[in-house]
Design a protein around this ligand. Sequence first.
Ligand code: ZN
Ligand code: FE
Length: 253
Amino acid sequence: MNIKIIACLNDNYSYLLHDESSNTVAIVDPSEFEECDKIIDKKYKKLDFILNTHHHYDHVGGNEKLKKKYNSTVLGFINDKNRIPGIDKVLKDNQDFKIGSSYFTTIFIPGHTRGHVAFYFKKEKMLFTGDTLFSFGCGRVFEGTYEQMFESLKKLKNLPDDTKVYCGHEYTYKNLEFCLAFNPNNNFLKKKKSEIELSLKNKKPTIPSTIGNEIRANIFLRFNDPDVKKAINLENSSDIEIFTKLRELKDNF
Ligand code: ZN
Ligand code: FE
């Protein structure tokens, strides 16, 4: 499975997947038609599947025009069947779906929205996380509860360390600044900072991250770290309390 990162809108990423053995083409979260179609039209001239992690416009904005041009099948989570433009096939939690010669599993991860899912390609070790898990951050809690978001992130945290994480936005640098502010003694973060700066300076995406890196760097997965607890003055609080506090601090960072 070949993957291409397409920068869309201000800071969104759409992901184009090509299974060479079967010449199957799919896209995850087409934010807009133009940027996505430029590559599809030039390289593949076809688009079999459109996968949506959630219904927000910056993840589904290209659905209808792409579907019309390429007669693609639009896939989305069952709870969002009335909110994903052009949806053809509904997916359930834990459902496997075949894309050419490989397949992905849908993982239900509510919190950012009530119908948010991740797509997990186990064999390829790839995970598409939309606006739930970002590189060094997590999405805002819009429709769900803090508890749901916390549980969703824990689900993703349990995947193998070498799973590559492809998220919906280039927020890595801002996220890293937040992590450093409240996890100041995390040496791995300090090391990552120059790496991230270099990527951005060269106008390269900082994506993909990996689950292993997220566990070491992402403060929203580090509610157990004494350094974090101390920084926010909640040394005797529960994990969910720590998580909630961090998410609230990030909203105003
Ligand atoms: Zn969103
Ligand atoms: Fe988004």
